[in-house]
Design a protein around this ligand. Structure first.
Ligand SMILES: C[S@@+](CC[C@H](N)C(=O)[O-])C[C@H]1O[C@@H](n2cnc3c(N)ncnc32)[C@H](O)[C@@H]1O
Length: 364
């Protein structure tokens, strides 16, 4: 989570620049969603750009003028942000500009007809585009909040201020779950829990791996996160499989009689006094509740670890994300030392960058 999430070119990789239709496989039409499985929140305010109707338009010269202005602003950043706090450099900002255009410009048959008359159909007006790009450069507002979504695994998840932007390394938790359920098919039919679900990334991805009887309960203390998660769950048609509940860690599970077969969590794990030094996009804009893991970053991890021992079914699987290295080692020592006999096969798993990021194992 600490890593610079704004330096990846994943978006570009998944969606070649030859097509503006990168959302061809949109899971469900946007429309109105009565939000939430259990949480009673509704999806907040601004609709992600790619889900908005194309009710705006601009002439080619007008759009080009905006694009030239935005590119100039991006180039003026040079390596400044990178050098000051590992933020985005001009190259990355220029790529983001391209992605923003892909989200905003409509590219369908009707649009082609309009284009013939020199008009481009847009999902946001030019005035808004000028304002959004200023926010990106001048306020360091994360690109994902600007467009309202993040590409994560094979999903396009809606996000907004108040909910953590899911990070690429967290995708690996789903791989760990997939490994386990491939070995033990029964796990596809049991109950999974995702504690601190944020945008619902893990719950949606795991929900899609389960068979009919399998389900996921996702919890989050933040009403905004719970509501965004429920929105994403519904957008992927998983509302009968993934239940989003508002509340602190295990509390929303009190009425659940079934013992879960699996638990995943990417809890806040940044030591509180390190947050100020993070990249401006993170420190200024992402929710503190999603980042701050207390004095040494371990508060939530230890709490979840203790709870998992009593919550999970014997043989139940867990995978936890940590800040890496020392935190992973500390957690393994805790599970095999103070909590000896409660877990087995506890191991540290590295992320793709080689950081000892995850701790996984089984309940005894
Ligand atoms: C690091 S974010 C992870 C979000 C998501 N799982 C992901 O990987 O993108 C941690 C999440 O834990 C939630 N959280 C913080 N304290 C919590 C608590 N006491 N109970 C439940 N969730 C909590 C935050 O709101 C945030 O959504």
């Amino acid at each position: 989570m600490m890593r610079n999430c704004f330096s990846s070119s994943i978006r570009q990789t998944l969606y070649p620049s030859t097509s503006l239709f990168k959302y061809l496989q949109k899971p469900h039409p946007a429309k109105s969603f009565p939000i939430s499985s259990s949480s009673s929140c509704s999806f907040p305010t601004t609709t992600p750009l790619f889900l908005r109707p194309p009710i705006h338009s601009a002439s080619f010269p007008e759009l080009k003028k905006w694009q030239d202005w935005a590119k100039h602003l991006a180039l003026s950043v040079g390596p400044k942000f990178l050098e000051s706090d590992n933020g985005p450099d001009a190259d990355l900002l220029c790529r983001e500009l391209k992605w923003l255009l892909e989200d905003v410009v409509v590219d369908d048959e009707n649009a082609t007809a309009s284009a013939a008359s020199g008009v481009v159909k847009l999902r946001a007006g030019l005035e808004e585009l000028y304002a959004l790009w200023r926010q990106r450069i001048e306020e360091r507002r994360p690109f994902q909040y600007l467009v309202g979504c993040e590409h994560w695994r094979d999903l396009v998840l809606c996000v907004r201020e108040g909910v953590l932007i899911p990070r690429p390394e967290t995708e690996q938790i789903v791989d760990l779950v997939e490994e386990v359920i491939c070995e033990d098919g029964g796990m596809r039919e049991g109950l999974w829990v995702d504690l601190g679900t944020g945008s619902g990334a893990l719950s949606v991805a795991i929900g899609r791996l389960l068979l009919d009887a399998g389900r996921v309960i996702a919890t989050d203390l933040s009403p905004i996160a719970a509501s965004v998660a429920a929105f994403n769950v519904r957008r992927y048609g998983l509302q009968d499989k993934v239940d989003v509940r508002l509340g602190s860690w295990f509390e929303p599970l009190q009425d659940v009689n079934e013992k879960p077969v699996g638990l995943v969590s990417n809890p806040p794990y940044i030591p509180g006094d390190h947050i100020f030094g993070l990249q401006a996009e993170v420190a200024r804009h992402e929710p503190r509740i999603a980042l701050d893991g207390g004095k040494n970053g371990m508060d939530a991890l230890l709490h979840i670890c203790e709870g998992a021992a009593t919550l999970l079914k014997p043989g139940g699987f867990f995978a936890l994300e940590t800040n890496g290295e020392k935190q992973s080692e500390f957690l393994v020592d805790f599970m095999t030392g103070k909590m000896k006999g409660r877990f087995r096969d506890v191991r540290v798993v590295s992320d793709f960058a080689g950081v000892h990021r995850f701790v996984s194992g089984f309940c005894c």
